[in-house]
Design a binder for this molecule. Structure first.
Ligand code: IMP
Ligand code: MG
Length: 180
């Protein structure tokens, strides 16, 4: 796995520090809110970020899952996002925080936000670990962002290529020849 990574973009320690900062801001935002916050992670890319982030939140909270597939197979060409799991919990009248690994074209988050809005939550906000700023569209804004990165294909810390590399602890740039 290690040898498929061209360079480390964000080291695990750097990510952990930033996740602590975002966690503190989220905790301040939702402190004392009733009913308790519902976190909606978008599977599967958000799982590592989710696991670290929620342990920085000293809040009562629930988790409801959605699963959306953007890149069928090993392609890096984003297709229309396909919903694989619709929503595993009741969010009506609740504050919702969508958590995803990366805001790229915004299609995934736009689709999930629309899907959730139909359930009439009290509020919807978005937290992403990464954002590719040159591509993020103006109608899909993230409220909490870990890092703005260049338009390179990255893997690790939950992000995959062909469903691999999610367990790589850092965020790294894949060797370009593997993506051809
Ligand atoms: P969007 O719908 O184009 O915003 O893409 C969001 C989804 O595409 C993310 O949840 C990721 O699963 C995937 N994605 C986008 N860019 C990358 C990348 O650089 N590496 C790995 N996955 C990515
Ligand atoms: Mg993915």
């Amino acid at each position: 796995m290690e040898r498929d990574i061209q360079r480390i973009l964000l080291h695990h320690d750097q990510i952990a520090e930033r996740v602590r900062q975002i966690g503190a801001r989220i905790a301040t935002m939702y402190d004392g809110r009733e009913p308790a916050l519902t976190i909606v992670p978008i599977l599967s890319g958000s799982i590592i970020f989710l696991a670290d982030l929620i342990r920085e939140l000293p809040l009562k909270m629930k988790i409801a899952l959605v699963q959306v597939s953007t890149y069928p197979g090993r392609s890096v060409e984003a297709g229309e996002p396909q919903t694989l799991i619709e929503l595993t919990g009741d969010i009506r009248g609740r504050d919702v925080l969508i958590v995803d690994d990366i805001l790229d074209s915004g299609r995934t988050l736009r689709k999930v936000r629309e899907m959730l809005a139909a359930h009439e939550p009290a509020s919807i906000r978005i937290a992403v670990l990464l954002r590719k700023p040159n591509k993020a569209p103006s109608d899909v804004q993230a409220d909490f962002v870990g890092f703005d990165i260049e338009d390179e294909f990255v893997v690790g810390y939950g992000l995959d290529f062909g469903d691999h590399y999610r367990n790589y602890p850092h965020i790294g740039v894949l060797r370009p020849e593997l993506i051809q």
